[in-house]
Design a protein around this ligand. Structure first.
Ligand SMILES: NC(=O)c1ccc[n+]([C@@H]2O[C@H](COP(=O)([O-])OP(=O)(O)OC[C@H]3O[C@@H](n4cnc5c(N)ncnc54)[C@H](OP(=O)(O)O)[C@@H]3O)[C@@H](O)[C@H]2O)c1
Length: 325
């Protein structure tokens, strides 16, 4: 079995990383470890107080890299647009985009734009964020996007007739599974489209097995068992860290814990479920997500087709006039 660990993360000096949902759990651990390795880390968080606590917690360790806090609510496309606009005005590069934030099995809820909360936050919010950051990502040499999925992708099914759970009775676990399958389909489809457009940008994906975090706050017995059986956030974050920094990780690769059940152990290659490898579903979901978010991916050399409602993603995320170093 692999023994890959934090010591194998290469120096991140000079690199800039965005970690969504960095105020707790795996996102906090990943952000802290990247800062220790020298990255300038932007904690992209929805709750200002929790974000500030995380910021102070990481800074108190005197990491090599700088750490800052920015407001981002993935359940609101306007917040996503504002985040990117502010980020692009203050940064000329983004080496790592870690799409980590997530909600799991909440009661039925809706995002600001009325999408089911798990699909809207876990998938659509990150989809819009990635699309808007694409010009900056493509302008940064050796940049990488990491999509944090879950083994719950195995129970997911993309219901194109009811992505937002309006017609069928809401089933929290199946809705979580759909959102995490959507994450994986997105990672693989985005990589295919980037490669086809001639881009060198890599997209990798990860899952943290079973890690004891706040994610299970609404999951009854799981929140009780987590601290006994789950990995610590520092252990669980290693799959994300490997997907983000291992020089041997190819675009489209998927990383998870190496233990027999895939729920714990050091990070190693994982296998996406068969539904996640369905290219027709992935392409349809990608197009549908562009329609639902109103944000199109402007791949290098490819002119984006404006869609309704119009949101000029390319303008907000265009790198500033100074060239990326
Ligand atoms: N823990 C596991 O065993 C496990 C297993 C498989 C996959 N995962 C995945 O790992 C990722 C991290 O989860 P975790 O276990 O570290 O859980 P966590 O401790 O609950 O962290 C989730 C983070 O996402 C943030 N978030 C939720 N909704 C958001 C929104 N609308 N906008 C911005 N941020 C939002 C949360 O912010 P607040 O604190 O403000 O809520 C929190 O910072 C998730 O994608 C999850 O699906 C975890």
């Amino acid at each position: 079995m692999t023994s890959w660990n934090f010591d194998e993360v290469p120096s991140q000096l000079g690199r800039t990383a965005i970690v969504t949902g960095a105020n707790s759990g795996i996102g906090f651990a990943a952000a802290r470890m990247l800062a220790r390795k020298g990255a300038s880390v932007v904690l992209a968080c929805r709750d200002p107080q929790k974000g500030a606590n995380a910021l102070h917690g990481i800074r108190a360790e005197n990491p090599i890299g700088a750490v800052t806090l920015e407001a981002l609510d993935l359940a609101d496309f306007d917040s996503v647009a504002a985040f990117v606009q502010h980020f692009a005005a203050n940064h000329d590069r983004v080496d790592l985009l870690i799409n980590n934030a997530g909600v799991m099995i909440p009661p039925l809820g809706r995002t600001r734009q009325d999408h089911e909360l798990q699909f809207g936050t876990n998938h659509l919010g990150h989809f819009a964020l990635t699309a808007r950051l694409l010009p900056l990502l493509e302008a940064t040499p050796a940049a990488r996007i990491v999509v944090v999925s879950s083994s719950a992708q195995n129970i997911g099914r993309i219901d194109f007739d009811d992505l937002d759970w309006r017609r069928r009775p809401y089933r929290p676990w199946l809705a979580y599974g759909q959102s995490k399958l959507a994450n994986m389909l997105f990672a693989l489809e985005l990589q295919r489209r980037l490669t086809a457009s001639g881009s060198a940008l890599k997209v990798t994906a990860s899952h943290p097995g079973w890690t004891s975090t706040d994610l299970v706050r609404t999951a009854g017995f799981l929140s009780f068992l987590g601290p006994l059986l789950g990995m610590t956030p520092d252990e669980g974050a290693l799959t994300t860290l490997r997907a983000a920094t291992d020089p041997t990780a190819e675009g489209g690769s998927y990383w998870g814990p190496a233990g027999i059940t895939g729920m714990s152990g050091p990070p190693d290659r994982a296998q996406a479920c068969s539904a996640a490898r369905d290219e027709a579903v992935a392409a349809r979901l990608f197009d549908e997500s562009e329609r639902l978010t109103g944000v199109s991916f402007a791949f290098r050399g490819v002119t984006a087709t404006p869609r309704a409602p119009p949101r000029a993603c390319t303008d907000s995320a265009r790198p500033p006039s100074r060239s990326a170093s």
